[in-house]
Design a protein around this ligand. Sequence first.
Ligand SMILES: [Zn+2]
Length: 435
Amino acid sequence: MPIWNPEYEMMPRDQLEKLQVQRLREVMTRVADVPFYKKKFADANISADKIKSLDDVRRIPFTEKNDLRDNYPFGMFTVPLEQVIRIHASSGTTGKPTVAGYTRADLEVWTEVMARTVTSAGVTSRDIVHNAYGYGLFTGGLGFHLGAEKVGAMVIPISGGLTKRQVMLMEDLGATVLCCTPSYALVIAEEAAEMGVDFKKQMKVRIGVFGAEPWSEKMRQEIQSKLGLEAFDIYGLTEIIGPGVSVECEYHKGLHIQEDHFLAEIINPDTGEQIPPGEEGELVLTTLTKEAMPVIRYRTRDRTRLYIDRCPCGRTTVRMDKVLGRTDDMLIIRGVNVFPQLIERTLLSLEDIEPHYQIVIDRPKDQLDTIEVWVEASPRLFQPIDPDKLNELQKRVARELTQTLGISVGVKLMGPKSIQRFEGKAKRVIDKREL
Ligand SMILES: [Zn+2]
């Protein structure tokens, strides 16, 4: 499979690490006058000239999501606003969003890493890319747009929504690549089936590039079998650049990080200490080349691990595991830590269960927290309705979930299409304790 930029993606490790040290010094110099960093660096007695090797990165204080919020909207910018030519923002579910700015050079870096991303998934100038990521403040739509155009593919900037029209255009225009959230890929598959379109036979889509929400291996199998494509996982976040931080290659053994632009570390989220490769912890990222809004040692809250062994694809860059949970997403129910992804994995391993679910957490008055999983059962159990089978299935799902999570879980089986569908990121958890 072709590699977009072998000079950097296949750079010998010693050379790459030298480049990272040099760029780390440069970026620390660039942010030195931002009041937030000025104070942090002074308190920690660290500055660009004290960085001699990558180990010295440990001496630099972390940057957290709250720091970005406190400096809303432009307090973290290192260049005058006249040099900023694009703004994106992350979807703040509560309060103000996190704003990110890009200079012309930042957009070039983003285009470059997105060109690497789509090339890694096998996209070439001969492809027709159906880009159903949302266009707008969200980075998904425009990020994929830049990368796909750069490699010379034909881009269909369809954005999310109006799913019937999406199915029609995918077929009529002969899309070969689908880019969207994994949950929306399933919505498209479902809509196609309802329209009487045999996705695998009538569509030419062979590659799917999915991200922007955590999704399990089981979900990958589900998508691949329903849409008849090879699914690639991507990773990124607005605070760092958007999509483009890392992507799977054809071996699907983790996501290659674009290390000449992003320095990755794994830390113990409780102590802040660095953790060696292979062990799970929180991903921390430093942007090495960003101009408008570099971020130093950003705590992503995403849990993963790094692999440094060589990948058969020939790239020398480290790989990160598929992100299976954000530290923020972890639910604490009756003192037990519960990751929604574990629930997804369990559900999708069961027969007669559809990949559409929601998790409802509640705190009845004067009682312990409850967790209930609403999930759609196979449509065939409703045509005609088979109460015995449904009853048996409900018990089996509850038993499996209770065993896996270690707390008792209620299960409500739902009929076809009764769980809400999402055009972008799915909202899987309804936590009524917050209401
Ligand atoms: Zn590889």
